[in-house]
Design a protein around this ligand. Structure first.
Ligand code: FEO
Length: 168
């Protein structure tokens, strides 16, 4: 009885390592968005500034979702070392393009963990990751739509473009 009551680790150990890497990836994304928010803030690009501050918070929330998931399922979540955050940017459009590339990498990484969970019969993680798959599709879509706005408004002043961009 004692064994049944005690918290068992329900996540596959290999999958847990991948989830811990994912925490690091989400926290790196959070730090990168914070750097982008600062760049926009310094140039008074108000919508983009707000957008990236919110993105930074959201990515931290994603990391925390995974963090608590690991510990709630008897695993060991690891607080990551976030290093090499880029704070130098060439242009606002470049920032959004870099963001889209970053989101594509995150999506690929989530797919990799999902596949691994499936292979290892880790059903708990598979169900947990479904939310992230939907979220990533939405995030990629948001960035693609923003880059479309840049294409449509090519040649217009930067502040005018910024005013057409979403704040969240
Ligand atoms: Fe949590 Fe946008 O990756």
């Amino acid at each position: 009885m004692k064994t049944a009551v005690r918290k068992q680790m329900t996540i596959d150990p290999l999958v847990m390592d991948l989830l811990n890497n994912q925490i690091a990836m989400e926290m790196k994304a959070s730090a990168s968005y914070l750097a982008m928010a600062s760049w926009c803030d310094q140039r008074e690009l108000l919508n983009s500034k707000e957008f990236f501050y919110k993105q930074a918070e959201e990515e931290r929330e994603h990391a925390m979702k995974i963090f608590t998931f690991i510990n709630d399922n008897g695993g060991a979540a690891i607080s990551p070392n976030v290093q090499n955050v880029n704070n130098e940017f060439e242009s606002l459009r470049g920032i959004y393009e870099t963001s889209l590339e970053m989101e594509i990498s995150v999506t690929q990484s989530i797919f990799k963990i999902f596949k691994s969970a499936r292979k290892e019969d880790d059903f708990v993680t598979e169900v947990f990751l479904q939310w992230f798959i939907t979220e990533q599709a939405e995030e990629e879509d948001t960035f693609r739509s923003i880059i479309d706005i840049f294409d449509l408004m090519e040649g217009m002043p930067l502040k005018m473009i910024d005013e057409r961009l979403p704040k969240e």
